[in-house]
Write a protein that binds this ligand. Structure first.
Ligand code: ADE
Length: 239
């Protein structure tokens, strides 16, 4: 996959050189190109914003630098077209399902807005997706891009050591994941649940499923409505 990120703060994207995303880049599974939006300004002050029509606080990002940037980036690979993502608190909610959908794309372009956002005309002309990472307002789209790209990168083929671990994730079956434990077997008087040390894989699977269901019931009851529940699952929830 190739991912281009357009921002006025390229340094914000430096964490994309670390850890899982950094390794995916080293291996060539993911190619990331970060671009400074100001490279596509033409005035001496390299202006990217202006006052909002209709009044109100803050500034709005001007359409011309964005259009010039996206035109040049899109033309950099003739014969293919990127999927253009604009992170914004006014977008549709990001989810594991959307991460899976984006992970199937060969080429993504992220447009990181700042201030009160990007002029709606250039967003309408270019954006395939406007995505929010949660019901709170960040200072810009850069951190949201880091979040989305990390969620997408770990789904790319060969990125996780064990591809089963992506399938076990919280949300991939619509439930929260069960708690996990490692050594020592007793820590500050608290024991690892005996079933996990029993060697009985069927019992371990049943215990994990029950813990997932109970966690989801307590923390995210909204998720249960959409989950695919068996009669045994319902018995756990009713207990
Ligand atoms: N930009 C600012 N806040 C955001 C949010 N919650 N999600 C995505 N992009 C944003």
């Amino acid at each position: 996959m190739r991912a281009d990120v357009v921002t006025i703060f390229p340094a914000y994207l430096e964490p994309l050189g670390l850890s899982l995303v950094g390794k995916a880049r080293e291996r060539g599974t993911l190619e990331v190109r970060t671009h400074d939006l100001r490279a596509w300004t033409s005035d001496v002050h390299r202006t990217v914003d202006d006052a909002p029509y209709g009044g109100g606080p803050g500034m709005v990002m001007r359409p011309e630098p964005w259009d010039a940037a996206l035109t040049e980036i899109a033309a950099s690979r003739p014969g293919s077209r990127p999927r253009v993502v604009v992170p914004t608190p006014a977008g549709v909610p990001f989810s594991q399902r959307r991460a899976q959908e984006l992970a199937r794309e060969p080429w993504l372009v992220f447009c990181c807005g700042r201030y009160e956002g990007i002029d709606a005309r250039v967003v309408d002309a270019w954006a395939d997706d406007e995505i929010s990472i949660g019901d709170y307002v960040l200072a810009g789209g850069e951190v949201a891009t880091l979040v989305i790209l990390e969620a997408v990168a770990r789904l790319l083929p060969g990125v996780l050591g064990n591809s089963a671990s992506a399938e076990d994730d919280s949300f991939s079956d619509g439930l929260l994941e069960a708690p996990v434990y490692t050594r020592p077997p007793v820590w500050r008087g608290a024991e690892v649940p005996a079933v996990l040390r029993s060697g009985d894989h069927g019992a371990v699977d049943r215990w994990r499923r029950a813990e997932s269901l109970r966690r989801t019931l307590h923390r995210r009851p909204d998720l249960l409505a959409a989950a695919d529940l068996s009669a045994a699952d319902r018995a756990v929830l009713d207990a």
